[in-house]
Write a protein that binds this ligand. Sequence first.
Ligand code: NAD
Length: 274
Amino acid sequence: MKPEKAAITLNNGITIPRLGLGVYKAEDGSQVISAIHEAVKAGYRLIDTAAVYENEQGVGEAVRTADISREELFVTTKVWNDRQGYEETLAAFEESREKLGLDVIDLYLVHWPVTGKFKDTWRALEKLYKEGSVRAIGVSNFNIHHLETLLEDAEVVPAVNQMEFHPLLTLPELHAYCREKGIQLQAWSPLTRGRIFNDPLIQELSVKYGRSPAQIILRWDVQKEVVTIPKSVTPERIRENAQIFDFELNAGDMERIDAMNRHHRFSQDPDTFV
Ligand code: NAD
């Protein structure tokens, strides 16, 4: 299968590509624009940005000047922690929409579960969804108890939960909970920013399948039905990370990667983030 054809249907019936380009730390302007154009050529159809990445302008320009139509691309952005609350979130959304220069955003996420605020933030996202400003709404960095709290009053069930997720952090309980609720799991830092490429098992499978460590890990995401958004601004790596739909890891090897889980986070824990 070609990367551009690989998609999953969300709980509101729209489809999300299985592979996206993460643009955290991609510089606004020419760097992020050329990375996105390279990615589109390689078959990526999802771009993952956030207000706090400060590159929404470049992302919007890249989308408008890409070789394919706007409708073929899926653009995600997120409301940052210091803009949470109902009115603040509505204002932050307008700023993001203006910077992106897009009328409709495909997916808008609550970036982190800010205590005491995220329910009001969610009401704002529900309004944006109902008025058609966004095609889907979701959350990021929500543990099970955050989701339970959100769902107490939510009218719309989040379509996506974007989490740090990789072989050392496979979140089995959260993944099962999200499946049960119809919430699609999405992996951020899927490659652990390169920290586990030399792991003996990843190396062994890389030789066995004739694929790079990054491709083995991203293929594991695909087979676990997790949407993955690796970041790179390097053309060869962008292309390499998309070549994951033409081979398959066998069930035993999937289980061996699953068994690498150490509940290890390289970044902040949603229960203690600051
Ligand atoms: P990642 O795991 O995708 O790693 C990216 C880094 O790995 C690159 O900078 C590069 O150094 C290296 N790399 C990528 N492809 C490679 C390859 N083929 N070979 C060798 N090295 C390679 O890390 P990330 O950027 O933290 O996560 C991806 C995306 O997830 C971000 O860009 C962002 O869009 C999103 N994200 C979201 C949150 C959140 O809180 N929701 C947090 C962090 C990141």
